[in-house]
Design a protein around this ligand. Structure first.
Ligand code: 13P
Ligand code: SF4
Length: 327
């Protein structure tokens, strides 16, 4: 296909991201996007993309976008033979747990997560020894091996509901200390936390929030619950990436800050041209390993396939399914 024909064919997609991508850069993306759309049909593949994917992935090749909870739910409903998870490794593992018979591909298996890396299955067993009989609620940002040692999973979108669904007065909540402390501030359930942190969200500070309010009077500040509690306390609202997106759609703040990963504001700004996004943000180096050329290569080569030992997967799946049963 000629370059002109390619640009004509991809023009409706460019229209979606033109506020973010300069025209001179589009041809670089257009070739990969066009190839990925063809490969998806040939392979009977669906692309699930997290809200932190860059706009050309999020708006131009993804079939389903959302927070960790939405991606886990959607993974249970797709009819496609192949799932490409445009996100980090624990998300691809969760999709595989819920679809043992499907091929699940991750475009770069090195896309990890500081939270998932902060804890091992042996650590969970030690916590159980230390607090006998106390149920273990594990954030989905964890390995399948850690999920397998847990009673139930949670995401930032449902953590309080999951903790309260257990009907106990104390739970262990792993591995994100700040999520655990932020949820503890909203519930009567006593929460025993682990000392894991998200390297993206732990860097926001309360002083930064106060400086933003001084610089932009009237600004609305939304924080992800992986931020330190003193940051959440200074924010107007805290919620998962989907909750933040819904908040902007519902409340239409004139000016807003999203204390989270950088692509989040880019992606939702496309739908809200009247909202002024002030953009202090931190990049997630793991999420940023996922690129269009790597998605294309994953579909061309059917690599890298996510595999999980079946016996371990069986136990890990139970924790994820229990979470999905709580409505
Ligand atoms: P959510 O999209 O579930 O809010 O999670 C944010 C995150 O950091 C995932 O890595
Ligand atoms: Fe992990 Fe934080 Fe990156 Fe999410 S943003 S993948 S929690 S390091």
């Amino acid at each position: 296909m000629s370059a002109t024909a390619l640009l004509e064919r991809t023009a409706p997609l460019y229209d979606k991201v033109k506020s973010l991508i300069p025209p001179i850069e589009w041809p670089v993306f257009a070739d990969d996007i066009d190839a990925i759309l063809t490969l998806k049909r040939e392979r009977d593949a669906v692309i699930l993309a997290h809200n932190y994917m860059t706009p050309e992935i999020f708006h131009c090749v993804a079939d389903i976008v959302g927070d960790s909870l939405a991606l886990a739910r959607e993974a249970t409903t797709t009819d496609a033979k192949v799932i490409v998870l445009a996100g980090v490794h624990f998300m691809a593992e969760t999709a595989k747990l819920l679809n043992p018979a499907k091929t699940v591909l991750i475009p770069d298996s090195r896309a990890g997560c500081s939270l998932a890396e902060s804890i091992t299955a042996a650590d969970v067993r030690l916590m159980r020894q230390r607090y006998p009989g106390v149920p273990v609620v594990t954030y989905v940002n964890s390995s399948a091996a850690v999920k397998a040692e847990s009673d139930i999973c949670c995401t930032s979108g449902n953590a309080r509901k999951i903790v309260e669904s257990l009907g106990v007065d104390t739970v262990i909540m792993l591995p994100d200390e700040f999520l655990a402390r932020n949820i503890a501030a909203q519930t009567h359930v006593k929460i025993i936390a682990w000392a894991g942190h998200c390297e993206v969200h732990e860097r926001f500070t309360a002083a930064e929030v106060r400086a933003l309010r001084a610089d932009y009077p009237g600004v609305t500040i939304l924080a992800h619950p992986e931020c330190p509690p003193e940051v959440v306390a200074e924010a107007d609202y805290a919620g998962s990436t989907a909750d933040m997106s819904n908040y902007v759609g519902r409340e239409k703040p004139a000016r807003v800050v999203l204390l989270t990963e950088c692509s989040m504001a880019d992606n939702i700004s496309v739908h809200h041209p009247d909202v002024n996004f002030v953009r202090p943000c931190n990049l997630c180096p793991h999420m940023k390993r996922i690129t269009l050329p790597k998605i294309r290569r994953a579909l061309e080569t059917m690599q890298e396939e996510v595999t999980i030992d079946p016996a371990l997967a069986e136990r890990a799946r139970r924790s994820v399914e229990r979470m999905l049963e709580v409505r």
